[in-house]
Ligand binder design. Structure first.
Ligand code: G1P
Length: 291
């Protein structure tokens, strides 16, 4: 029913001030959960979902993200000489097919909507996924793969959603839900960061989107919204009624790696999900949880 989703946008221009001083000279997207940078989790999730072209919207000081997805010849040579095959395999997994990654500068920090709009010429006239690396989701299959499967049947615009505590709505885009069908819920309204008393529900947008190219035309109007920023949420809200529009209640656990406790929790959960680490980490947690 709908066009395949072949491209994904990764907005990675944010400053990461909540993680200073760690992010003084290092992009927040390169912070590792266990042993993999946040951005690689997002790229791996996209690849698993069938994405072939990866478009990063970067800013100043983000060059190490480009390096991460490139060959590291000296390191590879050394590992080859020392016959460290496992490490070489891990490195090989970071390399995309040649020509499949594009890096675009968002020259001014004008908001998520503006970052996504900066990628428009690389997307063209087809639907595209957007992944926010701060939102790390532990699930099998990955969240975007689940969404792409659901999107195949309904098309249009789609957002990952989950229930949050009503007091937390001001941190999220929040939908006004219409009819539900399994994991799909119709989006009848969408508000960026509403106060709890003004929120239309407690179904919050999590950083996975499938958007139609018409959203770029709306973003081009450069209308400012919450926080005086150009909001993706607002441009999407104006698409309601023009295309099918669904929230998708994904199966998985989401960690907010944009804040310190969420990031720490992600490290614990991902370590516990690793057969080579689970027993040792569980022991440590128990030792701290004693009193
Ligand atoms: C962004 C979006 C918001 C969404 C959130 C998910 O906000 O603007 O609608 O709910 O990501 O993490 P940010 O966290 O960048 O302020």
């Amino acid at each position: 029913m709908s066009a395949p989703i072949r491209k994904a946008i990764f907005p990675v221009g944010g400053l990461g001030t909540r993680f200073l001083p760690a992010t003084k000279s290092m992009p927040k997207e390169m912070l590792p959960v266990v042993d993999k940078p946040l951005i690689q989790y997002a790229v791996d999730e996209a690849r698993e979902a069938g994405i072939e072209e990866f478009i990063f919207v970067t800013g100043r000081g983000k060059a190490s993200i480009e390096d991460h997805f490139d060959h590291a010849y000296e390191l590879q040579d050394m590992l080859t000489n020392r016959r460290k095959d496992d490490a070489l395999t891990l490195l090989a997994e970071t390399i995309p097919a040649p020509g499949n990654m594009a890096f675009i500068r968002q020259q001014e920090p004008l908001g998520l909507g503006h970052a996504v709009w900066c990628a428009r010429n690389f997307v063209g006239d087809e639907p595209v996924a957007v992944l926010l690396a701060d939102d790390l989701i532990l699930s099998a299959p990955g969240c975007l793969k689940q969404m792409v499967a659901a999107h195949g049947a309904v098309g249009g615009n789609m957002l990952a959603v989950m229930e949050v505590a009503p007091a937390e709505t001001a941190s999220y885009g929040v939908i006004a839900p219409g009819g539900a069908d399994g994991r799909l819920v119709q989006v009848d309204g969408l508000v960026e960061k509403p106060k709890p008393q003004e929120a239309p529900s407690n179904l919050a947008v999590i950083g996975r989107y499938i958007i139609q190219p018409a959203v770029f035309d709306d973003l081009a109007r450069m209308e400012r919204g919450a926080g005086d920023e150009i909001q993706l949420t607002d441009a999407l809200a104006r698409q309601i009624g023009k295309h099918p529009f669904h929230g998708f209640k994904f199966d998985g656990t989401r960690f907010d790696c944009g804040n310190k406790t969420g990031f720490l929790e992600a490290n614990i959960a991902f370590a516990l999900a690793r057969p080579d680490m689970a027993a040792g980490v569980r022991k440590i947690i128990h030792s701290y949880a004693k009193d």
